[in-house]
Structures are given as structure tokens and as C-alpha cells.
Design a binder for this molecule. Structure first.
Ligand code: ADP
Ligand code: ASP
Ligand code: MG
Length: 410
């Protein structure tokens, strides 16, 4: 008897009818002789709607109460799916994250899973039930409800698969698998048969929201193979795994886009030790993740420090930097909104030259200006304007011929 974890995202459970369709798919998997644990997201745009309601009350809701509010979305889905399964004659039990044994690290809205004590889920499965578990949530050791960050239900699913030793972890979503780029941005995008953990982690961290980055980290750590596939048909999707036998010759695996970034520039900071540490530790203490960082070449004992953060963090960063600029004796603080990051990712870059030149050429051909460049072993990112993003994505995708099927080795 196989043990399978299936995760269904917001669109896949977006209405009562869709929940009933999911129940039928789960029931078929049970009828085929498997034990099944299901992780579900909140229905449709529920999480966005809950967030919007909070923002109507205050622009700065307390993180503790926000986690309390957002976690309710998933609770609706588990109850309805368990009922739909029972109606089909399939025994099912719904569990909140905390009841399922998800112990979080105490960060209210961006918690990590510290432990998964899955005994109750295992018992429910052993007794012949489908265990229906709320994604995206858990409780800290002290009992506080935490959420795992947007898209975090994927991480619940992978962590559950590791905790119960499942044979497979299937992530059902509204696309057919992982594509070379978001198919909503570039319709010529090609579905990948397989992708490595490292490449998927880079793509997810750089903005490809088809998988939550921590779900890929967790899968790599525990050796869980993820199968990303559509909840609307039976076709095979994309396998995310350690090594890929196929597509070995590919230099670039995919492109990720991340819109709505804001760039801050602290101009004319004194060139002495400790200045960068002061700036970035203050931003870190405000709980903001900094993305690209550039320090300009020193001139007359001064530097310019530039960095980017997600657009919604603008107020927090501005509030931290304004007094600090005065204190450090910097000349000026500037910011620019409406920026996007576009990144190419591929393990093949390690042994192949010319990828950076190709990317810059493609951007030049599309008439897109580059603000900041950043590279690592398997990725190159460029900061560009939001308006240029689609043209840039299409140009880079076409330049590297990512729409073409590669020849698999014999
Ligand atoms: P779910 O609610 O099922 O978790 P998400 O909206 O979180 O779904 O993720 C699926 C979406 O991810 C797709 O609809 C697609 O627009 C987007 N996406 C971004 N990059 C990619 C990619 N490389 N391949 C496939 N989908 C992608
Ligand atoms: N419902 C949460 C969100 O919209 C978690 C998830 O769907 O994975 O971010
Ligand atoms: Mg998602």
C-alpha cells in the first residue's frame, strides 16, 4: 500500500464544486489502494481578501493578529474537503496545522517549521481515514498560531511527506508543471520534465511562485521528490529532484520575474568600517529582507550604497533609514519604485561562458535598460523597470531558445 501526500492550491479549491472535484480525485487515489494525506490552501483569493480587510482597519496590523486572521482561510477548506470526502463514502478527518503537529519557530507571519510531530495524522491514516491538513499554518511551542509566509502550504505538504515517510508528494496547482518561465508572462514557455532542487530553489527564491522556496529546501533536506502537476487533468507534470537525467545539456533551466521592487540609495556615506553593518542591521531588525546590494566605487572618502527591497516594505525601510542617514553623516537618501528583477537560472552556467553576455544582449535588443546586475554560480539577475519586464522576459526566453525541446541523451 502506497502513502501519498497531495497538496491542492487556492485555485484548485476555489469553489464548493472544485472542492468536490478534489474529493473525487482523492477518493480515486484511495480506491487505488493508497493511504492519502491531503494539504489544502485557502479557497481562491481568500488570503488576499482577509489581508485587505485587515488593511481597511489599519495599515500596520499586528503580526500576531494577522497570523490569527490569515490562518482561518485554510480552516474553511479542510472542513469542507473532509465533508466532501465523507459524502463520497471516504472516511476523512480534518486537522488544523497545530492539530496535525506542525510546530513553528514563533515568527508570527513568516514562521519556519521547527518540527512536525505527525502522530495524530499517522494514527488517522492507519485507521483508514484520509487526513486533511490545513496548509500554511502551525503553532509555536507556546501555543501561538503562526503562518508560514505567502505560498507556505507547499512547505506544509513537503514537511508532512517527510514526517510520515510518504512515497510521493504531489503538488496540484493551476498550471501543468514547472515551466521555463511563468506561462502567463511568456506564452511560449515550455513545461520541464524534471528540474533539480538547486535550480528550483533559485527560481522560487527569485520570484517563480509555483513553489514556496522553503518547500524546495525542505524537499532537498529530506530527499522528498516533488511532483508539480495540474489539478484539472491527469497528465504528468514536473519532477523536482536531486539530479536530473534528462535535459543535461541545458545551460539555462528557466527565468524568474519579480515585480514591484523598490531601490534605495544612501548617497555620500563616509567610507569607514561599520557603516554598511549599521545600515543593514537596522533594516534586518525591522524584519525586512534586503535583496540586491551594490556599493559604488569610493570617491573622496565617500561611498554610495544601493539596495532593493520588496515594494510593500517601503514605509518600514524609509522610517529606519531617515534618522540613520543623519546619524551617519550621509549626504542624501533617494528611492525609486516600479522596478522588477529578472533572473536566468541554470546549473549548466557553471561550465559555460557567455550567458551573461547573452542576457545583456537580449535586454539591449529589447531596448531595456539595466539598473543593477547581480550574479551567483547558477544565476544572473538584472534590475530593470516594471514596464520593461514582459518585453525583457520574452526577449531573453527567445534569445536562449528556451521554447525548443532539447535532445535528451540516449
Ligand atoms: P497555488 O494556489 O496552486 O499554490 P500559485 O499561484 O501559488 O498556485 O502558483 C501557481 C502559479 O505560479 C501559476 O499560475 C503561474 O502563474 C505561476 N508561475 C510562476 N513561475 C512559474 C513557472 N516557472 N512555472 C509554472 N508556473 C509559474
Ligand atoms: N493561502 C496562503 C496564501 O495564499 C498559503 C498558500 O496558498 O500556500 O499565500
Ligand atoms: Mg502557491
Amino acid at each position: 500500500m502506497g502513502c501519498i501526500v497531495q497538496k491542492y492550491g487556492g485555485t484548485s479549491v476555489g469553489s464548493v464544486e472544485r472542492i468536490q472535484n478534489v474529493a473525487q480525485r482523492v477518493a480515486r487515489t484511495v480506491a487505488a489502494g493508497n493511504r492519502v494525506a491531503v494539504v489544502v490552501s485557502a479557497m481562491g483569493d481568500t488570503t488576499d481578501e482577509l489581508m485587505a480587510m485587515a488593511k481597511q482597519i489599519t495599515p500596520y496590523p499586528s503580526a500576531r493578529e494577522l497570523a490569527m486572521l490569515l490562518s482561518t482561510g485554510e480552516q474553511v477548506s479542510i472542513a469542507l474537503l473532509a465533508m466532501a470526502l465523507q459524502t463520497l463514502g471516504c472516511d476523512a478527518m480534518a486537522f488544523t496545522g497545530s492539530q496535525a503537529g506542525v510546530v513553528t519557530d514563533g515568527v508570527p507571519c513568516n514562521a519556519r517549521i521547527a518540527a512536525f510531530n505527525a502522530n495524530r495524522v499517522k494514527e488517522a491514516l492507519a485507521a483508514g481515514n484520509v487526513a486533511v491538513v490545513a496548509g500554511f499554518q502551525g503553532a509555536a511551542a507556546c501555543g501561538e498560531i503562526n503562518t508560514l509566509g505567502r505560498g507556505g502550504s507547499d512547505t506544509t505538504a513537503v514537511a508532512l511527506a517527510a514526517a510520515i515517510g510518504a512515497d510521493s508528494c504531489e503538488i496540484y496547482t493551476d498550471v501543468d508543471g514547472v515551466y521555463t518561465i511563468d506561462p502567463r508572462v511568456v506564452p511560449e514557455a515550455r513545461k520541464l520534465v524534471e528540474i533539480t532542487y538547486d535550480e528550483m530553489l533559485e527560481l522560487a527564491s527569485l520570484g517563480a511562485n509555483v513553489l514556496h522556496p522553503r518547500s524546495v529546501e525542505c524537499a532537498k533536506e529530506h530527499g522528498v521528490i516533488i511532483h508539480v502537476r495540474s489539478s484539472f487533468h491527469e497528465e504528468i507534470g514536473t519532477l523536482v529532484k536531486e539530479d536530473t537525467a534528462m535535459e543535461k545539456g541545458t545551460v539555462i533551466r528557466g527565468i524568474a520575474c519579480d515585480e514591484g521592487q523598490v531601490k534605495f540609495a544612501v548617497l555620500g556615506v563616509p567610507d569607514k568600517p561599520g557603516v554598511a553593518a549599521r545600515i543593514f542591521s537596522a533594516i534586518g531588525q525591522a524584519g525586512v529582507n534586503v535583496d540586491l546590494i551594490v556599493q559604488s566605487i569610493r570617491r573622496e572618502g565617500e561611498n554610495d550604497i544601493l539596495f532593493t527591497v520588496a515594494g510593500e516594505e517601503y514605509e518600514k525601510v524609509h522610517a529606519v533609514l531617515e534618522p540613520l542617514v543623519q546619524e551617519l553623516g550621509a549626504r542624501r537618501l533617494q528611492h525609486q519604485r516600479g522596478l522588477a528583477k529578472i533572473s536566468v537560472v541554470g546549473a549548466g552556467m557553471i561550465d559555460n561562458t557567455g550567458v551573461a553576455a547573452g542576457m545583456f544582449q537580449a535586454l539591449a535588443n529589447a531596448g531595456v535598460n539595466i539598473e543593477i546586475i547581480s550574479t551567483s554560480e547558477i544565476k544572473i539577475s538584472c534590475l530593470i523597470s516594471d514596464e520593461g519586464l514582459i518585453a525583457a522576459a520574452q526577449a531573453i526566453h527567445a534569445y536562449f531558445k528556451l521554447h525548443e525541446d532539447v535532445c535528451y541523451p540516449e
